[in-house]
Design a protein around this ligand. Structure first.
Ligand code: G16
Length: 543
């Protein structure tokens, strides 16, 4: 189909709210679903132009608001290798979304074409998928009308987890090449992951049942489907919070974000000593694990703990396989617990980098290592094997029988891990594979280090965009003077640390604090939150 700019201008979906300002943030556009129809149309145009720019490669569009409440929705673009949209194009996304009329939209389209020297006659391919939110059917229609107007070849992949869509994009773009990532179907995804898992745990005793809270989201039906491909001799799961039809249940009092933020089990879960639990978020791209200690207290195994477990296991395997020229590195954000950074640096002795929040930042940094393990504390992350590391692993022949098993396991891990983006289902299998090999309980995994008590507080202010940070979000530059006041507070607490940043997915400012004791941590977190509220136009109840 040829590119018809007039059709794009004439079919524009107008802004739902006159003065609403759209921003392509941490994970694309996110907001209340009722203002997003116009955005879907523009995203369709952008995805089409992006595909044309990249010689007709398949671009992905995922409609989801992940961990956010059910009334929210969102959309993000997926680049050809399954990674997040190139950052330079986020600016175009924001400009397009804010174009209020056909004329302005046409001008932004012209600007993108000119700046990127796009040949508009190149055919474009766009695939899309969505989560379980009630607003999705309407938003899908808006996206489709944009794809039609822009003349893209479109494929609707239906209900999917976000990481599945990333996987599909990569599979389609590598199909038939040396670099083929897998079969570009949902079934292909299940087969790839489950056969790698079975290979990674071969000959080991299965662990006890893992109880999986699916946040009443898309992870529930998809995990249930995946379990058809795996023998109950190697993995046993019980699926909880799987109600995707009752309104209001998605991410409500359950899921990874609830568990991590509140540091407690979902209210409808009763956990006994010895039980093993994990929680996905609404689109199954995050996972956290937890259990009850001997004294019954809640113990969380978050993204930092997953990173430590994975980095230690992979470093051990490359050593045992005799290929320790392959170096493992870890990427974290400011939210990483101080104890985890200390453990990685001083015990595992692996390099650790700190970057801004958002998988896109972590992913790019992780690509700099042979094996880059990246996890946000909230449970969002994965492991990347560089092309050179992959070649070495695949080309190495075991010189001794002792090298055979670690090599087989490394190969299995490269298949088991979704290397396009953080994936709750794949990460769950990764953790289970490691724990099965080690025959570890959650308690044994947890022994690596003890988290410093930490607290996350949300503060609503009149304009969160006034918050500007530096040093991987660890310091505030604006509002001027606020950082000095935070520093003065932090200095009063043993092992105190606190930072403040504007959320890129919610209309709020986040305050993180950690300190030597629970009481000091809570005190520090609320003092900083009150400071933010008082100095930067707090709205609603003072923390
Ligand atoms: C998204 C991003 C994550 C980020 C989280 C919170 O997660 O993909 O990288 O950590 O939002 O971001 P913020 O603090 O800026 O709101 P998800 O699971 O919602 O896609």
């Amino acid at each position: 189909m040829s590119f018809d700019k007039e059709a794009i201008k004439n079919n524009i979906i107008f802004h739902e709210k006159e003065d609403f300002k759209y921003t392509y943030g941490t994970a694309g556009f996110r907001s209340k679903a009722d203002v997003l129809g116009s955005v879907m149309y523009k995203v369709a145009v952008l995805a089409t132009l992006r595909s044309k720019k990249l010689c007709g490669a398949t671009i992905g569009v995922m409609i989801t608001a992940s961990h956010n409440p059910e009334e929210d929705n969102g959309v993000k673009l997926v680049d050809p290798r399954g990674e997040m949209l190139e950052q330079a194009w986020e600016v175009y996304a924001t400009k397009l979304a804010n174009a209020k009329d056909g004329e302005t939209l046409g001008q932004v389209v012209d600007e993108i074409i000119a700046q990127n020297k796009i040949d508009v006659e190149t055919p474009a391919k766009v695939i899309y998928a969505y989560d379980t939110r009630p607003s999705c059917p309407h938003l899908v229609k808006c996206l489709e009308s944009g794809l039609k107007a822009a003349g893209a070849k479109e494929t609707n992949f239906g209900l999917k987890t976000t990481p599945m869509l990333h996987y599909l994009v990569r599979c389609l773009n590598t199909d038939g090449t040396n670099d083929a990532y897998g079969e570009p179907t949902e079934e292909g995804y299940y087969k790839k992951l489950t056969s790698a898992f079975s290979s990674a745990v071969k000959g080991k005793t299965r662990l006890s049942t893992l109880h999986v809270d699916c946040a009443n989201g898309v992870g529930a039906p998809k995990l249930r489907e995946m379990m058809k491909y795996i023998s109950s001799d190697v993995l046993s799961v019980e699926i909880l919070n799987d109600d995707i039809t009752t309104l209001g249940k998605l991410n409500s009092n359950c899921g990874a974000d609830y568990v991590k933020t509140n540091q407690r089990v979902p209210p409808n879960v009763s956990i006994a000593v010895g039980d093993r639990y994990c929680s996905f978020d609404g689109d199954a791209d995050r996972i956290v694990f937890y259990y009850a200690a001997e004294n019954g207290s809640f113990r969380l195994l978050d993204g930092d703990k997953i990173a430590g477990l994975a980095a230690a296991f992979i470093a051990e395997l490359v050593k045992e396989a005799g290929i320790d020229s392959i170096k493992v590195g870890v990427v974290q954000t400011a939210y990483a617990n101080g104890s985890s950074t200390n453990y990685l640096t001083n015990n595992l002795k692996v390099p650790v980098s700190c970057v801004s929040t958002g998988v896109k930042h972590l992913h790019h940094e992780a690509e700099k290592y042979d094996v880059g393990v990246y996890f946000e504390a909230n449970g969002h992350g994965t492991v990347l094997f560089s092309p050179a590391a992959l070649n070495t692993i695949k080309a190495t022949e075991a010189k001794t029988p002792a090298q055979k098993l670690p090599l087989t396991q490394l190969i299995a891990l490269t298949e088991l891990i979704n290397q396009t983006v953080g994936d709750a289902i794949s990460d769950m299998l990764l953790v289970e594979a490691i724990l099965t090999n080690r025959q570890w309980s959650f308690g044994e995994w947890d022994q690596a280090y003890t988290d410093l008590p930490n607290r996350l507080v949300k503060v609503v202010v009149s304009d969160r965009h006034i918050f500007k940070t530096t040093n991987a979000e660890r310091q505030l530059v604006e509002p001027a003077g606020l950082q000095n006041e935070i520093d003065a507070l932090v200095a009063k607490y043993t092992n105190g640390r606190s930072f403040v940043r504007a959320s890129g997915t919610e209309d709020a400012v986040r305050v993180y604090a950690e300190a030597a004791t629970r009481a000091e941590t809570d005190d520090l977190a609320f003092k900083v939150a009150q400071l933010v509220y008082d100095r930067a136009g707090g709205v609603g109840a003072r923390p």
